[in-house]
Design a binder for this molecule. Sequence first.
Ligand SMILES: Cc1cc2nc3c(=O)[nH]c(=O)nc-3n(C[C@H](O)[C@H](O)[C@H](O)COP(=O)(O)OP(=O)(O)OC[C@H]3O[C@@H](n4cnc5c(N)ncnc54)[C@H](O)[C@@H]3O)c2cc1C
Length: 287
Amino acid sequence: MKPPAFEHHAPETLEEALEVLARTAEDAKVLAGGQSLIPLLNMRLAAPGHLVDINRVASLDTLEVTREGVRVGALARHTRVEHSAEAADAQPLLRAALRQVAHPVVRNRGTVVGSLAHADPAAELPAVLAVLEGTVEAVSSGGRRTIPAAEFFAGPLESSLRPGELAAGAFFPALPARTGTAFAEVARRHGDYAMAGAAAVVTLDDDQRVCSARVGYLSVAATPLVLDLTGVLGHRPPVTCDWAAAAAYARDHIDTDEDIHASADYRRHLAGVLTERTLRAAAQEAL
Ligand SMILES: Cc1cc2nc3c(=O)[nH]c(=O)nc-3n(C[C@H](O)[C@H](O)[C@H](O)COP(=O)(O)OP(=O)(O)OC[C@H]3O[C@@H](n4cnc5c(N)ncnc54)[C@H](O)[C@@H]3O)c2cc1C
């Protein structure tokens, strides 16, 4: 299939990009790596009149790692973030999740921020941003705003970006002390979209007891779902935690539909298994 006709804009500065977006608003789409947008155009599932191609906007090609966390600019490709040792040190969930995104050829081109803006509930990075309580920075000709992950994912393939807004970057906070993370998913083949996936973050207190345990899920709900399992696990050392109770809680609180890839029951079962697996691994890492 060929895409419907559109006007291609190739701004070289952020200001130019925002000016075109302000002018074309509802009828425009930002083009970053094109790994999701181009197939959608080719299948005629999207038909914007204007594509605002940000690939020449050098100021968006950034990756900043500080003690606070990892800030990924809108043009940073998956591969660059995946292979950054500094980014992996500051936020290990990023690399763990990126290794599960499609295949290297897609990751060479696709952007982290594009994946967030695309808001696919089966995608890895939205779940990671959600469990870490990260943010997306939206800019438009009218100004800037910071959108918390909990408000960013509005529905399947729907973000809370407004017409005329561009996601300039995303921020993945660093981990507190005594914190471990783990990421796991089940897919039919490596590189396929997951039938279910989980990202866990577990923090221990000074006495090595669990004081925070959260899991973010992909491919189980319309938007990335986050469960706080701290109460279920109790304020216990990992060795005496009831991981099976956490898995049961996840199964009871995940309401998913069936699709061509998995029945609702199977997906709930996977979510339970992945909850236990990732929580145990994250707690072990936190010790
Ligand atoms: C074969 C294949 C397999 C895949 N498997 C996976 C997988 O397993 N897991 C996974 O998560 N993804 C997968 N994907 C999807 C893909 O990796 C991501 O969706 C992609 O990386 C998104 O980034 P992009 O830069 O290519 O975005 P684009 O395709 O350029 O854009 C995607 C959407 O986001 C919007 N957008 C992009 N950047 C911005 C911005 N800065 N501001 C505002 N809006 C923006 C676009 O307008 C569009 O609506 C796969 C893709 C392919 C082709």
